[in-house]
Each structure stands twice: as C-alpha cells, then as structure tokens.
Design a protein around this ligand. Sequence first.
Ligand code: PAF
Length: 289
Amino acid sequence: MRIIRTIPEIRAVVGAARAARQRVGLVPTMGAFHDGHLSLMREARAHTDLVVVSLFVNPTQFGPNEDLASYPRDEARDAELAGQQGVDILFAPDAAEIYPEGFATSIHVTGLTEVLDGAARGAFHFDGVATVVTKLFGIVAPDVAYFGQKDAQQVMVVRRIVRDLNLDVRIEACPIMREPDGLAMSSRNIYLDPAARQQATALNRALDAAAAVHANGERDAARIVDAARTVLADAGIEPEYLELRSNDDLRTLDRVEGDALLAVAARVGAARLIDNHLLKGGTGCDAPC
Ligand code: PAF
C-alpha cells in the first residue's frame, strides 16, 4: 500500500487507473480505524479495482469546544490496518493541502443539516463535512464512495450533495458495526472509562427496545420514542436528542408508516456518542449495505 500526501500525486495515480479502465473506490475517513472503517475498506476492495482510503482529521467539522486536538491519531497503525484490508492508497494530506491559504468556499446543504447533529453541534459541522467530502470527490473522482450508516445523517447529506451537484459518484452506505454487547463502533469509544463503557451499551438497548415496540405494530412516534427513552433513563443517560424522523428527508413524524430513522446522541462519560436504527416500514430492522 502506498501513502500519498499531495493532490497532484493522487490525481496521477487515479488518472492512470482510469486510463486502464479501473473502477475507483473511495473510503473517506478521519483515521483511528475500527472494524466499522475496515468493513468499508473490505466492501470497496470487493467491488472496485483501485481502493483509496483518505485519512484526514478535518478541522472545519469540529466546533471550538469539541475534540479536534484530542481526536485519536495513529497513522502508522491505521496504515498497517488499511494495508491488511488490501487498500491500494492511503491518501493522508496535511491541512494546508486541503485548505490552502485563501481557501474561501463552503458547501451548505439546507434542511437536512438543520436537525439532529446539525442542531446539536451547530451548522458548521455539516458545512465542514459537506465541503471536505465534495473536495475529496473532486480530488479522487471515485466511481463509488463508502460511508458508514452510523452517521446516517451524514450519508443523507452526502447523497443530497451528489444529487444536487450532479456528481458522478455512487454512494454506498454500509451497516453499523457493533461490539458484541451492541455498542456501535466509534473512534470516540476510546474516551469511555470502564463504567461509561458499560453505561454506553444502553444506547443500542434503547434503540432495540423502540424497534421491538415498532415491530409489534406500534405506529405512534411518541410511544416508540418513549420505549427508548425509558431504557436511557434507567441507565442514567439524558440524550442530547432522541428523535424519530422520516428516512428520506428527516422530517418529524407523528406516525411511522414508512421507513423511519430513530437517532440518538448522548454524552456518556467523556464521550459524545451517536447511534441509530432504521425502522423499516413494518419490520424494524437495520438497512443492508
Ligand atoms: O465520517 C467521517 O469520518 C468524516 O465525517 C468524513 C466523512 C471522513 C469527513 O471528514
């Protein structure tokens, strides 16, 4: 596996692959790989010819009081893991390569970014994500880009950018990878001490409880959400948000008739965690890749 740090170099490699009629897969990441990231790489490896993983801790998607400085960074470990998945290129630019002096453009997606994490963290978050992902698509020009469904709202925002800007890339959303006790894998799980790690399992249990109520035929959104809220309360967790929204445009729902996204964010110990379940119109199970 090759590590590339500059835009001209990655363009040259991708250009050569394209000239050889190879399909290019991109896995955008901020590093600190866990099995969720690795599953995206494996998916890209299985379906594309040249697999590029970007590793860039994007400063513009972090707020002033967030964890940019402490975000886990270990490029050597990440490179080792990516190499084991058969990744061809680790694109690891520095901040000046992505945001050179005078950089003045921002991508803003209205509507979708104003709820859930956009409301909880602030508009800057999805503007930062949208801008860097659009840049990565411009730099790497992938045929397919792979994202984790744990960041369900991010996937929706990226799909909307692709649609609205007519970008020639297919977006694949891959299932949430979970620890054996159900905790969604996240680079931020390392912030959890043993007590918080145990407490954090309540997030998935809460979503499971709501999914069970839904699978039993309940269609009233407030009752479904209440089932999750009770589990969180029992675990001593006050969610930042716990909301059931439509899975196409994130509008609020009074009743759940089609696919709906039940999303939660909560501070547990030193970590801010997010998780979600997709309630399929009637069956209550997660989306496949
Ligand atoms: O999901 C992430 O790790 C980041 O938001 C992304 C998509 C790599 C953009 O910085």
